[in-house]
Design a protein around this ligand. Structure first.
Ligand code: PMP
Length: 398
């Protein structure tokens, strides 16, 4: 299928111009249908029992894990379904065995979801080292080389910034982590939906991302891990190899291996099926074709904004090392006001504020935050031109 042909699959009212995909993406009809099909035709619990419906549902649920693993090149690791990126990151923070004096290296650019779980570990005597990028939002690999030491247990960094759209040099950072025996956690919330990401090739230990930002249903996310080195923060139904209350183990039970160990209780079954369908949808368009389409839109947007007085764009000014998450401000107008006007005047839907990145906003001196247009495969050049036109109009009358 061609990208231009997929617009009809997104049943948002046609006069709306949705440019808030970094928050959550739209969802295409085939994904909605796959979820409804489960509820209507073969609804049953998974991994429990032998009747015909549970067998079908269990197979689909298992297949969904394989489809998602395959999408991120992670068939050799463990792919756990979570509610979102935030839950995936918290599972790692809660599941590693922290000792006082352990060090975590992270950055000032992180989304709160990839920062607060680490800051909280300070209560356990864990030290958190926070690196600062250049003002364009790009890190020198040397900064990681200097910061990662023998006592660094984990490095946590987002692959792509949800404010500046910058892409970080994960492979190089992974090599440094390996040298020092540190785990590498990559927050892929803004990368996996937009370009080809291979968890194994990248060299990370954990990759976290959200299904709802990649055409999947809300309430879906993924934690991929290379090895099962974390203990599950919940146990219960579905996680068990054996329960022997009087047995030899301290707990009286033995957990099963694989993703089931980390997915206690009845999971979001239709969500998993919908996420797998979203992956199939992305694959049918081709993730590289999606990337090129977004690159074209981003180039047009950046060059259009560069020509408008009173507008400042943050992050790299060209499409090298960045994707279509574009933050900007207009002099003398609050970002919320700009977002409101874009909606009022042209039904363009963008996000404004701190984007859950208060430390980055403080670092950049942006007390009121930014306006953020975040693009995806269903956006068009015509919409970008409209966005530029209305921003120009707002900036002129400011
Ligand atoms: N990390 C990044 C980089 C994000 O952009 C987001 C979502 N804005 C998150 C984490 C959190 O994602 P979720 O709300 O799906 O947990």
């Amino acid at each position: 299928m061609k990208i231009e042909d997929c617009l009809a699959d997104f049943q948002i009212p046609q006069h709306l111009h949705y440019m808030d995909s970094a928050a959550t993406s739209l969802i295409p009809e085939p994904v909605i249908n796959s979820m409804n099909e489960y509820d209507r035709q073969y609804r049953a619990n998974v991994g429990r029992g032998m009747h015909r419906l549970t067998r079908v549902a269990t197979q689909k649920y298992q297949d969904a894990h394989d489809i998602v693993s395959n999408f991120i090149g992670g068939m050799e690791g463990t792919t756990v379904f979570t509610r979102n990126t935030t839950e995936a990151i918290n599972m790692v923070a809660a599941g590693l065995d922290w000792r006082p004096g352990d060090r975590i290296v992270t950055t000032v650019m992180e989304h709160h979801s990839n920062l607060l779980p680490w800051l909280r570990l300070r209560q356990k005597g864990v030290k958190v080292n926070i690196l600062h990028p250049g003002l364009q939002g790009i890190f020198e690999v040397e900064a990681f080389d200097r910061a990662i030491t023998a006592d660094t247990k984990l490095v946590a960094i987002s692959h792509v910034s949800n404010v500046l759209g910058t892409v970080q040099p994960i492979r190089e950072i992974a090599a440094i982590c390996k040298e020092h025996g540190a785990y590498l956690l990559v927050d892929g919330a803004q990368s996996v939906p937009h370009f080809s990401v291979d968890a194994q090739d990248m060299g990370c230990d954990f990759l976290c991302f959200s299904g709802h930002k990649m055409l999947g249903p809300t309430g879906t996310g993924v934690l991929w891990m290379k090895n099962e080195v974390i203990s599950p923060f919940m146990v219960g139904g579905g996680t068990i190899e054996d329960v022997d209350i009087e047995g030899d183990t301290a707990e009286g039970y033995t957990l099963t291996a694989g993703y089931k160990r980390y997915e206690a209780g009845t999971p979001h079954i239709s969500g998993a099926i919908g996420l797998a369908q979203a992956v199939k949808y992305l694959e049918s368009l081709g993730i590289d074709a999606i990337f090129r389409h977004e690159e074209k839109l981003t180039r047009r947007l950046l060059s259009g904004l560069a020509g408008i007085d009173n507008v400042t764009v943050y992050g790299p000014q060209d499409t090298k090392n960045r994707i279509g998450v574009v933050s900007f401000t207009i002099d003398r107008i609050h970002p919320h006001e700009v977002a409101y006007l874009l909606d009022e005047r042209a039904a363009i839907l963008v996000r404004s504020g701190d984007h859950c990145c208060i430390p980055l906003m403080k670092y950049l001196g942006l007390e009121n935050g930014t306006v953020r247009a975040s693009l995806y495969l269903y956006n068009t050049l015509e919409e970008i031109d409209l966005l530029i036109e209305i921003i120009e109009e707002i900036a002129r009358t400011a």
